[in-house]
Design a protein around this ligand. Structure first.
Ligand SMILES: [Zn+2]
Length: 113
């Protein structure tokens, strides 16, 4: 009857979260997948976490672009504009910090199960 057990296991009434399979090697997640994200079916906590990670990447990209712009001597001619971009960069950094806090809290919550 051991064989029957394994078939039962794969024939869940729901699809399982694909988090462990596709993106990271933390082992497979046993929660049901309810949220479709980037072509993967994910459980609620993992979908939330992935969204935060996607957002972090996006914010990093924005800061990178802003740094490039701020470092360009040609852009310093317009002091007012330059200062404004510098201010916006601070705001993005603030969002990045906030996002990281959420992400860390989230990882801990998932580990505790
Ligand atoms: Zn999951």
């Amino acid at each position: 009857m051991a064989l029957k057990d394994t078939t039962d296991h794969t024939a869940h009434p729901w699809s399982r979260c694909e988090f462990g399979k596709t993106l990271f090697s933390e082992g497979e997640c046993q929660r049901p997948g309810v949220d479709q994200l980037n072509g993967s079916l994910l459980c609620v906590p993992h979908a939330k976490r992935l969204r935060l990670e996607v957002r972090e990447d996006m914010l990093h990209g924005t800061v990178f672009e802003m740094d490039k712009w701020l470092d360009n001597p040609n852009n310093r001619a317009d002091q007012l504009h330059w200062q404004r971009v510098l201010g916006q960069r601070d705001e993005v950094l603030e969002q990045l910090r906030f996002n990281r806090t959420l992400l860390e809290a989230h990882k801990e919550a998932i580990q505790q199960r």
